[in-house]
Design a protein around this ligand. Structure first.
Ligand code: OOG
Ligand code: MG
Length: 259
């Protein structure tokens, strides 16, 4: 069990790293934190941001695709929070000066029409959703060289940093999300391709997983919230002047530039 004082100190390290835009050593280098302790750190980190005037937009899933799990060396999904301060309007460049070592990744996002609580299934997740939209998430681990373990990345709010949501989407029942093709490009060159099934076999499973995990952790998904299902393919390093573009079959596309 970690003491309250120890929680405070580690959360402070993460808040300062983000505010001062610098990398820090892992806070759980030996992997001693339990999953519950790591989420307790994340929740305190979020409470601190909310106390500072930020607000909650929704929740995110991370590490739901094999590509991401293998690259980051953490083989199970994780839950994080999406804060209002992290949302960049579509068409507006992302300011890299505010970030440490940003990477951009292609995602499917959901807008919830109803809340979700308890042992939620993929079918229930689908029925609770108003809209499916494309998104680009900017992750920016606070840890040195983007290297972390399970406890570190949960405490660090799953590397969440910025997110751009597409403005046009589809109704949940319009198509089979597993089969939606995705092309991910940087500066006009294709970097990766994937299909919706890259995310836990079906993006609805990612939403159902998140709904169940959020309930277990005592903060169930609410109507009106936004959800990120997790990257379909590896994140790409981005620098000022870069542009990334995610194109989905049926769902539409989204371009993001960096300044
Ligand atoms: C952790 C966050 C992963 C995703 O979509 O898989 C994530 C990381 O890769 O730094 O957001
Ligand atoms: Mg992500």
């Amino acid at each position: 069990m970690i003491a309250g004082q120890d929680i405070d100190a580690r959360v402070r390290i993460l808040l300062d790293a983000q505010d001062q835009r610098r990398e820090v050593e892992r806070i759980d280098p030996d992997g001693l934190l339990t999953e519950d302790e790591a989420y307790a750190l994340q929740f305190q980190y979020i409470e601190s941001r909310l106390a500072g005037g930020d607000s909650l937009v929704g929740l995110k899933t991370g590490l739901t695709s094999k590509a991401k799990q293998v690259t980051m060396g953490v083989m199970q999904p994780i839950l994080g929070h999406i804060l209002a301060s992290s949302v960049v309007p579509e068409g507006e460049p992302v300011n890299c000066e505010q970030l440490i070592h940003p990477r951009a990744e292609p995602e499917i996002a959901f807008v919830l029409e109803h809340g979700l609580d308890g042992p939620v299934t993929a079918a229930q997740a689908c029925r609770a959703t108003a809209l499916v939209i494309p998104a680009v998430e900017i992750i920016d681990s606070r840890f040195l060289n983007f290297r972390f373990g399970f406890g570190d990345v949960i405490a660090d709010n799953t590397s969440a940093s910025r997110v751009i949501f597409g403005s046009i989407g589809i109704k949940p029942t319009d198509t089979d999300l597993r089969l939606i093709g995705m092309v991910y490009s940087k500066n006009g060159e294709v970097q990766s391709t994937a299909a919706g099934a890259a995310v836990l076999g079906n993006p609805w499973e990612a939403l159902a997983w998140l709904a169940r995990r959020a309930s277990e952790l005592g903060r169930p998904l609410q109507a009106g919230q936004m959800v990120l299902a997790g990257a379909l393919a590896d994140a790409l390093f981005v620098n000022p002047g870069d542009n990334v573009r995610v194109e989905f079959d049926r769902l539409g596309s989204l371009s993001v530039s960096f300044a």
